[in-house]
Ligand binder design. Structure first.
Ligand code: ADP
Ligand code: MG
Ligand code: MG
Length: 339
C-alpha cells in the first residue's frame, strides 16, 4: 500500500516563498511508487488553500487569498499516513502546526511541539544549550516592556556586552529584523526595529573576530547521525537577508576545509544540541568558528531548514551518500517510526 502524505508549504512567515521552493523540490522527489503526495499551500493569511489554488500557488510561487480556516482542513488531514510540514519560521516551524497535527493524531516529519518551539526561540535555545554545556556567545534577554520603561538600563546592559553587538527578534529567521550594531548611537534604532517584530529581543556579543560560518545536518530520531560539515562563504558584513536570498552572493563548501578535530567537534556538539532540545527527524545546526582564537560557538538550530535540491541540508547528506530522494523518503520513514 502506498503511503498517503500531506505536504504543507507556504505559511504565514517571511519565509513563505522559500518554503514553496522547497516544496516543489520535495514534491518531485518523493518516489511515486511508494507515496501518494497531496500538497496543500497555506497562504500568508494562514488559510489552507484548496487543490486548484494550491496548484496555482506552487506554479506561480504566489498564494491567492481565500481558502479555509486551518482547523477545518486539519480535521480532514485524518486520511493521511503522515504530514510533511515543510514550513519555515513562526506559525510553521515553531510548534504551532506541530501542536495541531499532534491534536489531530497524525504523524509528521520533524520535531514535535517542544523541540520546534524551543529551537525557534533564540533565547530558550541559548538557555537549554547553556545547561547542556555547549559554548555560545554572551547574550542578554530584553522584553519590550523593559525597553519602554527603562531604556537606560537596557542601553547599559548592551554596553556590558560591548560593541559591535547583534540585536535580534527572539522568534524569527532568515535574518529578518537582525542588526549588527557597531556603535552605541545605533542601538535604539536596532532595538526599535527588533521590537516591531517581536515582544522579546536578544542582544548578542559579537564573536571576537568575523567568524567562519559552518553548518551540519542531523538526521534521525533518538539515534541521530551527523552529516559532513559544510561552510558558507559570502562577501558581506554578516549573513543578512539579501545575502541569503540573492543568487550568487554566497557559496557552499562541502566538506568545509577545517582541521579534522574541529569538524569532529562540530558534529559532536550538534548531536548533543539535537538531543538537549528534543529535536526529531532533522535539523541543521549552525556554528561560528573563530579561526583566530580556535573558538567554536553554536549559533542556532533550525528544525526545518531550507530544503530545495541546492539547499545546504540536502547537500550535506548528499555528500554523505544519501541523495535527495532517498533523504526525503528517510524523513517520512522517521515520521512513521515509533519513538
Ligand atoms: P537567523 O535565524 O535569522 O538566521 P542568526 O542568528 O543565524 O539568525 O543570524 C544571522 C547571521 O548574523 C549569522 O549567520 C551571522 O552572519 C550573523 N551573526 C548573528 N549573530 C552573530 C554573532 N553573535 N557574532 C557574529 N555574527 C553573528
Ligand atoms: Mg534561524
Ligand atoms: Mg541563521
Amino acid at each position: 500500500m502506498k503511503k498517503r502524505i500531506l505536504l504543507l508549504a507556504g505559511g504565514q512567515s517571511g519565509e513563505h516563498e522559500v518554503s514553496l521552493m522547497s516544496a516543489r523540490s520535495v514534491l518531485s522527489a518523493l518516489p511515486r511508487d511508494q507515496f501518494d503526495v497531496t500538497p496543500v499551500v497555506i497562504s500568508k493569511q494562514g488559510r489552507w488553500l484548496p487543490p486548484t489554488e494550491t496548484q496555482r500557488a506552487l506554479e506561480t510561487g504566489e498564494a491567492p487569498t481565500g481558502g479555509d480556516l486551518v482547523l477545518h482542513r486539519a480535521a480532514s488531514a485524518e486520511g493521511y499516513d503522515a504530514v510533511f510540514p515543510l514550513l519555515h519560521g513562526p506559525m510553521g516551524e515553531d510548534g504551532t502546526v506541530q501542536g495541531l497535527l499532534t491534536l489531530a493524531g497524525i504523524p509528521f516529519v520533524g520535531s514535535g511541539v517542544l523541540g520546534s518551539a524551543v529551537s525557534m526561540d533564540k533565547i530558550m535555545t541559548k538557555q537549554v544549550l547553556a545547561s547542556a554545556g555547549i559554548p555560545q556567545v554572551a547574550w542578554q534577554l530584553v522584553v519590550r516592556r523593559d525597553w519602554q520603561a527603562q531604556p537606560d538600563a537596557v542601553r547599559e546592559c548592551a554596553g556590558q556586552l560591548g560593541y559591535p553587538l547583534f540585536v535580534k527578534p527572539a522568534n524569527l529567521g532568515s535574518s529578518v529584523g537582525i542588526s549588527k550594531v557597531a556603535r552605541a548611537e545605533d542601538l535604539d534604532g536596532a532595538l526599535n526595529l527588533a521590537f516591531s517584530l517581536d515582544r522579546r529581543v536578544i542582544l548578542e556579543a559579537m564573536t571576537a573576530h568575523k567568524p567562519r560560518e559552518v553548518e551540519v545536518g542531523i538526521l534521525g530520531n533518538d539515534a541521530p547521525i551527523a552529516s559532513p560539515v559544510g561552510e558558507l562563504r559570502f562577501d558581506a558584513d554578516f549573513y543578512d537577508y539579501e545575502t541569503k536570498y540573492t543568487e550568487g552572493r554566497a557559496s557552499m563548501h562541502i566538506p568545509a576545509p577545517l582541521p579534522p578535530e574541529v569538524a569532529e567537534q562540530v558534529r559532536t556538539l550538534a548531536l548533543r544540541a539535537f538531543r538537549a532540545l528534543d529535536c526529531a527527524g532533522l535539523a541543521r545546526v549552525d556554528f561560528f568558528y573563530v579561526e583566530e582564537t580556535g573558538e567554536l560557538l553554536l549559533n542556532e538550530v533550525n528544525t526545518m531548514p531550507g530544503f530545495t535540491t541546492t539547499s545546504m541540508y540536502p547537500k550535506l547528506f548528499e555528500a554523505a551518500g544519501l541523495n535527495y530522494s532517498a533523504l526525503v523518503t528517510r524523513l517520512v520513514e522517521l515520521a512513521l517510526e515509533d519513538r
